[in-house]
Design a binder for this molecule. Structure first.
Ligand SMILES: Nc1ncnc2c1ncn2[C@@H]1O[C@H](COP(=O)(O)OP(=O)(O)OP(=O)(O)O)[C@@H](O)[C@H]1O
Ligand SMILES: [Mg+2]
Length: 221
């Protein structure tokens, strides 16, 4: 049971709320983010939606690696993700949080841990860097079997990206499930019709906003 006298979050005076969506490729993050943004905006919240890799120069380079147009080693790729994350947090996420907005990011640090360790990069190196980054206020992990995700991807695209193979996505899903306990993810069953998944995400976020006493146009109390 929660102790009412306990601070509501680690740094109670911080502004804004940082919500992260995680899950394997094709799990529905982009679809969910769009629906969640609409749900929150309709309720008067100011929302800033963003994603990783970012649209900054480091992010654009990563995207070309994911499309297999450029090649770097797995270790270098994961370090590039950290570099892009630093740029994204400093130049985009922090200013919007400082403005007391809800920032929703499609992917964040847990993607690097899940994909990086699944591709053989040393866990210690990835965890060492993690401590320099803000932990999200809420992480929603969209859980879906790899074969369902690949079916969705293949239905929509011809070219598979770097990590879009069943064996890889299975390993990444296992890592996410492992991380979900350590980092207190809210696990959402993504293997349901879009509307049901979005409803479940909305309920979870709404409950969290109430828990945090985060009202539209209000400071956190
Ligand atoms: N609940 C759902 N049921 C069936 N299809 C879905 C569902 N959610 C999303 N889709 C479809 O599955 C495909 C993948 O969804 P989406 O692009 O949102 O996934 P993603 O997690 O953002 O993937 P990526 O990591 O590759 O960006 C899209 O074509 C989308 O319309
Ligand atoms: Mg997406």
């Amino acid at each position: 049971m929660q102790d009412d006298s306990a601070p509501k979050r680690e740094k109670p005076n911080e502004k804004g709320l940082f919500i992260v969506l995680e899950g394997i490729d094709g799990s529905g993050k982009t679809t969910i983010m769009k629906n969640l943004e609409r749900y929150l905006c309709d309720r008067g919240y100011t929302v800033y939606s963003t994603k990783e890799p970012s649209s900054g120069d480091a992010g654009l380079f990563i995207r070309s690696v994911l499309r297999k147009e450029k090649v770097v080693s797995q270790r270098a790729l994961q370090l590039l993700f950290w570099a892009d994350r630093a740029d994204h947090i400093d130049r985009e996420v922090e200013p919007h949080l400082a403005n007391n907005e809800i920032v929703i990011s499609d992917r964040y640090m847990f993607s690097t841990i899940a994909y990086g360790t699944s591709s053989g990069v040393k866990k210690e190196m990835l965890y060492d860097i993690l401590k320099y980054f803000r932990i999200p206020d809420l992480t929603l992990y969209i859980d879906i079997p790899a074969e369902v995700a690949l079916h969705r991807i293949n239905h929509n695209r011809k070219e598979a990206e770097l990590f879009e193979r069943e064996s890889v996505l299975k390993a990444v899903r296992d890592k996410y499930l492992e991380l979900s306990k350590a980092f207190n993810f809210r696990v959402i069953n993504g293997d349901k019709p879009e509307e049901e998944v979005s409803k479940s995400v909305q309920r979870t976020v709404q409950g969290f906003l109430e828990e945090m006493s985060f009202g539209a146009g209000q400071e956190i109390v």
